[in-house]
Design a protein around this ligand. Sequence first.
Ligand code: 5RP
Length: 215
Amino acid sequence: MSADDEKRIAAEAAAELVEDGMTVGLGTGSTVAHLLPAIAARGLSGIRCVATSVATEEQARGLGIPVEEFSALERLDIAIDGTDQVTPDGWLIKGGGGAHLREKIVAAAAERFVVISDSSKPVDALTGPVPLELFAFGLRSTLARLGPEVELRDVPRSPDDGAIADHRGEIDDPAALATRLEADPGVAAHGLFPPDMVSELLVGAGGAVTRSTFS
Ligand code: 5RP
C-alpha cells in the first residue's frame, strides 16, 4: 500500500469519529486532504468547522463542509490533523506546511486531538528541523537572538503575518527545547506538540489502521 493510501485509510478512520452537531478543527496537509472528502461523504448534520489554513478552508468549502472563523467558537469537540513525526510517547513535530501556529491553537481548543499519519511518521526520537513561526515585528532581532541554528524558510508569510523558519539544532530533550523557544518573545509558535495535547494517533500501515491513545 502506498503512503498516500495509508494516509487515506487513517483519515477515513478519523472521519468516523466526527458526529452530528460536533464542533470540528480541521488540520492542514496531504493527510487532511483525504479527511475532508471522508467527512463530507458522511452527510453529517449540524457540524461547525474551523480550518487551520486557507488551503483546508477552500477544499472544505468546495466539498460543502461548513467552515467558520475561529472567533465565534470557544472550544472544539474534536480536531484532526496530520504530523511530520510522532514518537512512541506522543511528541509531535508539525509545521511542514507552515501552518503550525493555527494548528496548535486549534489542537489546544479541542477536547480530543486526533493525529492521522502514514507509516513513515512514527519515529523512535524526534529529529529536526522544528518549524517556527516568528513575529514580523522585530524579526531581525529575533533571528539574531535565536542564532545560526534558526533559518528563515523561503515561503510566504503566514495568514497571521508570521515569518516561517526552521530550528535546525539537535533535539536532545523536546520539552527543554520547547521551553527555550517559548521563552523568546519573538517566537509566535514552534512545531513541537507535547504528548498531553495529543489524544489519539491513527496510523495507516499496510492495509490496516493502528490506534494509540495518549492523554
Ligand atoms: C502542516 C502540518 C502537516 O500536518 C504535516 O506537515 C503533515 O503533512 P502531510 O499530511 O502532508 O504529510 O503540520 O503545517
